[in-house]
Each structure stands twice: as C-alpha cells, then as structure tokens.
Design a protein. Sequence first.
Lengths: 426, 197
Amino acid sequence: MPVFNRQSTLRNAIDDWRARGLIDPATAETLNADLANQPPARSFQSIIILLGVICLGFGAVTFVAANWEEMTRLTRVGLTFGTLIAAWVAAGVFQARGHPWLAQSFVLLACAFFGAGIMLVSQIYHIQGEPKDATWLWAMGTLLAAACTASVPALGFAVMLITVWTFLELDLFRNTYDPDFAYLIYLAICAALARWLKSRFVGHLILLGLGAWTLTNTVFYIEEENGLFFAAALFASFATISAALWSEGGRQWFLGFERSAMIYVLLTLGGLMLIWYAMAQETRPEEMQLALTYAPHFGVPAVLFCTVLAFLARSETNENTYDLMIAGAATLLALILQVLARDVPFLLEAYLLAFTIWVIRMGWRLEYRPVTVLGFIGFAGMMMLIYFVTIGTLIGTAAFYLVAGISLLAGVFIVPRMMRKPEGES
Amino acid sequence: MIRRGFLIGGAAAAMVQVGALGKMIWDRAQALQSGREVLLATGFIDPRDLFRGHYVTLQLEISTLEMKEVTVSGDFDYGKPVFVELQEGDGFFATAKSVSPTFPENLTGPVIRGTSEFHSQAPVANSLGAVAPRDETSIRIDFPFDRYFAPKLEAKRLEKLRRDQKLGVILALDEAGNGVIKGITVDGEKVYLEPLL
C-alpha cells in the first residue's frame, strides 16, 4: 500500500497505539522509522516538469492557432500528425528511461491529440459526418492505446468518451434517443481492463456511466410504452447486489471494489424503485401493466440466482450470508409485489421503506459508512414521499407512520431475544 | 519486460491512430477521384455573412422538398437515414426525383444520403383500395454539408459576390450515397475546386 500520502495519519495512529499500550515503544520506533523511509510516489521536481510541459503545450497550441490560416493545407496536416507522433515518442522515451508516470501522461496527451486530429482533419478536408461516429473513432483509438500500454489515465478517458458517445444523440426536446446496447459490450471490455490494471478510479467511472445509462434507457422505454427494460434492469440490479455481497464476503474477485460497486448499484436500484413507485400510482396504469408483463421473465431467474448464492454462502460460511438471504427475500418480494402493489394499499410503500432499513443495516454490518448513509437518505426520501403522496387520507398516512414506528421499535426489542444464542451474541 | 511491452504496445497504438487519420484522408481522396460528380444548388443561410469568417453555411435546396414534386415512399422518422435519388434539372443543378428510407433500387441517377428531419408514415389503402395523400406537405432532410471552410484568399474574393448570383456546390458521391465537397460554382462556373491533398 502506498503510504507516503498517509504519513501523518499513520504517525498519529502509532502514537495513539503506544499511548494506549497496544504496542510497546520499541515497536512504535520501528514503525516510525519505516514510515520515515517510505519514498514518495513521485518527486516534486517531476510535478514541476509536468506543469512546465503543460504550459509549453498550451503555448504551442495557441501559437499554431494564431498562424493556422496562413499555413498551407499540407503544413496543417503535417503538424497534426507530427504532434500525435511526438507525443507517442515522448511516452516511449520516458518509459524507457524509467519514468512511467510521465510516460502515462504522454499517452493521455497522445490520445487527446488523436481526438484533435480527427476534428482538424475533418475541418481541413471538409469531411462532414456524424459527431457520434467521430466520437466513436476517438473512443476506440483511446481504448486501444489504454490496452496496449496498460494506461489507467487513457482507460479512464476511454470510458468517458464511450459514455459521451452513447448519450450523444439524446435529444430531450424531440424525445429522440436510440439506445445503443453496444455500450454494454464496450463497458465490459473496459471493466476487464480495469480489473487487469487494478484501477478503482476507472471502476467508479464505469459504474457511474452504467447507472446513468440504465436509468435513461428505463425512462425512454417506458415513454415508448415498453416495460421490458425496466423489468430487466430492476431484477438485474438485485442479482448484482447479491453477486457483490457474495464476492465481498468470500474470495473478493474484484479486489475489494465490491463495496464501492454496491453504492452505484443501490443508487441505480433506488432510481428504478422510484420509477416503479410512480408507475404503481393510479395515474399510470398502462406502464405498470407493461412492466408486470415482463416481470416473471427476469424476476424468476433473479430469485433463483440470489437463492443459489445465499445457499452457497451458507455452505462456504461467507461473511455476508445474512445479507445474501435478505437480498434473495427482497428479490422474491419485488416479484410478488409486481402483481400485488396496485391491489393492496400501503404494501409497496412498506416494502420500499423496509428496503431502505435493510440498506442501513447492511452498511452497518459491512462497516461501510457510505452504504449506511445511502440507506438513511433513502429512508428520509421515502418518508417524505409517503407524506407528499398521502396514502388515502392524512389519517391514513398518520396510521402508516404509526404502524411503521411501532414495528421498528418492536423489532429492536423482540427480534434480538428470539435470535439470542447461548454465547450471548446479539 | 514491462518496458519492452509498453514500447511495442505504444508503437502499435500509435500506428493505429496515425493510420486512422490517414485513412480519413485517403477515403476522401478516393471519393474525390472516383466519386460521381453532381452539382446541387445551395442557398444562403445568413446573407450578411456570405463567405465572411472564411467559411460559408450551406443549405442545399434539396434539404426542403415539396411532397407533390417528388416521389415519396416508405416510413420516415426523425434522425433516420434518407436516400434521395437525383436527376438532371433544367438549369445547372440536379434536382430530387424520389425520396425513400432505404437505398432505392432500379436507379436512373445518383443517390445522396441524408438524415430525416421529419416524421411521416406511408398511408394505407382503405377498403376500396384508395390511398389518401400524406398529411405532410414538405420534407426536411439534413445533409452533412452545412459548412464549407474556404481558403482565406478565396473567401475574400467570394465576398464580392452579388446576392442574385447562383451558388452551387459540387459533390462527389460514392455508391452508398455518401459524398464529399469537391468544389463551389457561381452561376454554373467552377470558382473553386478542392485539391486532392
């Protein structure tokens, strides 16, 4: 673990442990000495060099722009190709001389020049096509560069370009949008590369884009009176949470990134549940019926998947067995509620509220505060939503809150007594 | 080993990126050399800024067509491809003969590809076999030739054009209907031709 940037935190921790008698003074001195010997990830000199290079780069670009009109076409083309090749040569030189961080910076610069090259060549030669096609070309060239040079900055840039590409033709005014499912294939490739490069940063970008894509497509397809995507996304999210819990509590196939991934999946699932809630209201019966049509196609496999993982976890003594069982139950209830939500009052509201409470508990058990915070935000949001929607009448809403409060308080006192084991575990 | 891998990978990525840019130029040169030449009338978007700022905004006259003047077949939707078959006009310029959402068969003239800016469904025959006309009276098509960057000297010369002179754009079309700008005409006379490179 790189510790240079955490020296003060570790030093304070060592002093605290010595003060509390957890470690003896000799061990504390050994730890402090090791901390003092940790080299910085990069020298300040290299940072200044990078800033100087950036200034030179800006100066060069501005100089070229000022004299662009006076240049012949061939000079412009030569400059375009020359800067691209120069960036790649610089990357190779720095890598050969043992400066990988600078080499990565120039790989990123080369990818930026590649995009600029596409635009400049188009302008020079009046090549007028779709911006979406140009963005795709830029994204693929950057992705290839990231894969060939194992470059995390270039991979992050590629993920951003691919996400821009998929949303480029979204026109909210005309309601025109052609969902591109090839986006999933590209993201899968990027995810595999991120796993290989062990980049959490790229993982965050991928999941952010995937969540936005999922919610956008859900809204689009519902507006087109198609509930298939909603049903698929809802139950796929449940399955993904189960998979993340199983991996996190066991072999950690994603090197501990499972927790961060759960945040994005929970956010996406929260958005889908809001859409579900909106559809379940009296005002949109057609959309709810549409979603209901496809629910079993995706709900049944999801329930089976979650159940299998829960049983596997139990047999492997996975740390997250409890949450995996709850996830399976939540998936099953979601499937059942697709049918009952409109017929039985309060049921969907109760389910959504219980779901947020489970998220809070899950975060507490995982000792992962962001999940807990998300659960609290979801709980607060649901309480506000129930208040504003007002179940039937104000008296009905008050009764709902009362029952929910009594149920929670009763659960706090009764359930531990029922679950108490001889060892006294609560 | 890691350094060698980076150098080999970097060289490969550099070649692909340089090659991609080179292919753009090559494809354009091929289209200019071997594409079918057509001359289309273009209007002025903003007469005050004709060729000022070293580029002109083009609006091909076939971007807006009256339904009654062309043969229209098929369903059209916003943002979808549209294919316009061209024919020789009375004057300098080619005119539109037919419009369809798919590449037309049994061609008699060149085809140019654009993007639909309208929505229209083909009318269905009633029980008596009669087909009502479409609701729309005009068709709007977006072609990827909305801007032409003229070289500085040419731009200054063309600034002196009078408003009543007919501006035309020469396109080189490939077999799929994609085109590149080959030159500019005024009153049918070529005033500027794109060099190959």
